[in-house]
Design a protein around this ligand. Structure first.
Ligand code: ZN
Length: 386
């Protein structure tokens, strides 16, 4: 079908951490990414809206900070009332496909929000990329693709196996191996999504253990977690280790990632601070080929036409083990403000004043109500006519 709407792909590389990526790029360890940055825009100052996969993906696919819809921690499902970009794209004739792994299983509730949703085992990206082209070719155009890659996630994966145990390598070396594996599939992946506006980014960053001793401590904790008797003894340090990885404890470093896109017509590297949830605003303005209407109240702004280059960017995450232990980080004017938030044992939603003040701080607007999706779709309808 001929179409004037662009094909769009989000390539989400799990735990894509800014500093090691830029170091590896500088040292010519990632030749394919390097080549790509000559033809596309590299944002070296990109921040993820959350420090774990689910809240981050909920934000990226909606353009809103996910806590507005109660998605705070990695095991929170994405509620059906949360407006996602696929709702809009489907109404514009798009076919959507998600190719996912890691924690993006059925329980997340994303399957029904895409036309096609395929889950594969962790660390299988090299094989997967070889079968992808055929799958994508069968889809009607325009297409929206979410392609999720797992390899750099802790324990890091290389050649289809995780490289956690039984080797005396620092976590940093293991991370680099995983990153090089991702680099190796980039040409094939880009060929597969030829003629597509792409956004390559981390769902969040990651803290990497650089010394061997720290890596060994980290591995010891991971082994202990697998042994039931020892598991009880290490409660309290199981959630979000400080040695490496992401999660709320490792904010703000876990929010630091990068974004590469061909959405802009200029080829450059820029240190302009952006949030990865700006992607949603960029996609919407590309699909509608106009400015965003105010009624959407998106938390992001288009990458190509940012309204406010000096705005504060936030990252908010809660612990997987106790979703009432949270951290909010505000990146503003080269300063980083960190707030630790603990709201008893009750759900955060039971404390409307505290919750509202966090939201107020983030968005200067009142709590979203259940009719958010309706409001959102109404706004788009109006937008379509204009
Ligand atoms: Zn993740």
């Amino acid at each position: 079908m001929a179409t004037n709407k662009p094909n769009i792909a989000i390539i989400l590389i799990d735990s894509l951490a800014r500093t090691p990526f830029l170091e590896a790029l500088e040292n010519d360890q990632l030749p394919n990414f390097k080549e790509l940055t000559r033809k596309a825009t590299l944002y070296t100052n990109a921040y993820s809206p959350a420090a774990s996969t689910t809240p981050s993906i909920a934000s990226l696919l909606s353009g809103y900070y996910s806590i507005k819809f109660g998605v705070r921690s990695v095991r929170d499902p994405i509620p059906s009332k949360m407006p996602l970009i696929t709702d809009i794209l489907h109404s514009k004739g798009y076919t959507s496909l998600a190719e996912v792994t890691g924690p993006l299983g059925n329980e997340l509730g994303l399957r029904k929000r895409f036309n096609y949703y395929n889950y594969r085992v962790k660390g299988s990206s090299t094989k997967w990329v070889k079968t992808l082209k055929k799958k994508i070719e069968t889809l009607n155009q325009p297409r929206f693709l979410l392609l999720h890659i797992w390899e750099p996630h802790l324990p890091r994966y290389y050649d289809g196996k995780n490289i956690l145990l039984g080797n005396l390598q620092t976590d940093y070396k293991q991370y680099m191996k995983a990153l090089k594996q991702v680099d190796s599939i980039i040409p094939e992946l880009l060929e597969t999504i030829d003629n597509t506006i792409f956004f390559i980014m981390g769902d969040h960053g990651d803290k990497i253990a650089k010394s061997l001793l720290t890596t060994m401590k980290l591995n010891l904790i991971r082994i202990q977690k697998r042994i039931p008797i020892l598991k009880d003894k290490i409660e309290g340090i199981t959630e979000g280790t400080d040695f490496a990885g992401h999660g709320y404890k490792n904010l703000p470093i876990a929010a630091e990632t990068i974004l590469i896109t061909n959405a802009t017509s200029i080829q450059e590297t820029t240190s302009q601070a952006i949030s990865t949830l700006d992607t949603t605003a960029e996609i919407i303005s590309k699909v509608y080929n106009s400015d965003l209407p105010g009624c959407l109240n998106l938390d992001g702004q288009p990458l190509t036409k940012p309204k406010n280059k000096k705005r504060t960017i936030f990252s908010f995450s809660c612990s997987a083990a106790n979703r009432n232990r949270c951290r909010l980080v505000a990146f503003t004017d080269d300063k980083v403000h960190i707030y630790d938030i603990y709201i008893g044992e009750e759900p955060l939603e039971n404390y409307p004043r505290v919750f509202a003040s966090i939201l107020n701080y983030i968005h200067k607007e009142k709590l979203f109500i259940t009719s958010a999706k309706m409001r959102y779709m109404k706004c788009y309808k109006k937008y379509s006519k204009s």
